[in-house]
Ligand binder design. Sequence first.
Ligand code: UDX
Length: 458
Amino acid sequence: MSNEPQPNNRRLALFPLPFQGHINPMHQLANILHTKGFKITIIHTRFNSPNQSNYPQFTFKSISDGLSESKNKNLNPDNPNSVINFLNKSCIDPLRDCLVKLQEEEPIACLISDALWHFSQSVADSLNLPRIVLRTSSMSCLLVYAALPLLNKNGFLIKTIFEEEEEEDEEPIPDLSPITEKDILEIFNDVDCKDGVLDLIFSMIKTTKAASGIIWNTFKELEEPAFSAITKDFCIPSFPIGPFHKYFPASSSSLLEQDRSVMSWLDLQPVRSVVYVSFGSIAQMGEAEFSNMAWGLAKSKQRFLWVVRPGSVFGSEWLQYLPQGFIEEVGERGCIVKWAPQQEVLAHGAIGVFWTHSGYNSTLESICEGVPMICSPYAYDHPIIARYVTDVWRVGVMLDKGKEEEIGKKVRSVIMEEEGSEMRQRSKFLQEKVNRSMKEGGSSYESLENLVDLIISL
Ligand code: UDX
């Protein structure tokens, strides 16, 4: 990209949501647009503020977020949904003040905001500033979210989410196939305030429709039907220009230090023999579930690299809930770290399968390396993504991580059996499609050109 002519040098303000799975793609997008000639200002909250020294080419503006000083009883600082809802209210004035100051210094072409910052649409409107959103998840997920109000109207959501009295249905919901009732319920897993999640989703959909465009960290060929439906239903241009990490790795925006020692451990393992286990930056689990995962991995008798994020098991610092006898049982066969250089890990030849929570960045990173997945969705967009991985792209299998016996079976079937090699072949096919989409004339390449044209025209 560096040899291309610089189309212009206008300033763009980018506003990432302060969570790892959102910070990574927004910083990657910033880098992509910077190589296209734009000057970049990142506006960020004090909470989870980025490591600026990794980005000397950008300017950074911090805004107050009110989190540390808040005594709001409705705020649960350990729950991302609660934090996001709080920040969507507390950041209104700070964002407006920041944008006014920036505009006084130098006019901004547009605000590029995470779609979950729904309040930023009215702030941008009040300043006559065009707003483009970055949606960090899949296109199909947005379509399912957009259908929730209709399901709500038909009484489905009220019945299944709030009353929880019926058996979960595993049949696809008409018009939303392959998504099932069970998948919809899982969106709302782990949240103490289900109304809060619905509010967030509804506000995100409404303000996304009011934006000047949507940027996607995906490639068109992966979700062609969803791309057409969104273009029709949302009536604004869509720019699937990803996967972003093919341009720039996510490592420089990592909030946790990546343990690089895993790479030399992987070098010692046979080709396609290792299960890589990671549930991203926000998923949490209970002690019993953690223990089942541990014994499931041990009994699979396969090699594994397991990322256990500090605090990811409720009430633990790190590994104190590992069951007794587990370390002795697995010996050299297992490696556990706090945080890994995930992109490099997935590209390593020793990896045979990725056991994931089906976060969108992780899913794309796995697809790009042709690694099949075992999907144990946690909440939010994960069940929708997992359903596409298993039923549409067919590069993974679903697994309930609470079932110890199932874990061993699924791990062995993907690493050692025909099922796994078929998924690997389909995954390689997707990998080739990604590579084509990024080349000149490919869909992501063209979308990026169109996005640059739109920004220039604003
Ligand atoms: C969340 C949602 O899950 C996701 O679907 C949404 O679109 C964005 O926010 P998260 O749960 O953290 O993010 O998962 P994921 O989207 O997979 O992002 C995790 C990121 O952290 C990936 O870029 C991954 O490479 C990185 N990572 C993960 C590491 O660098 N090291 C690790 O050990 C684990």
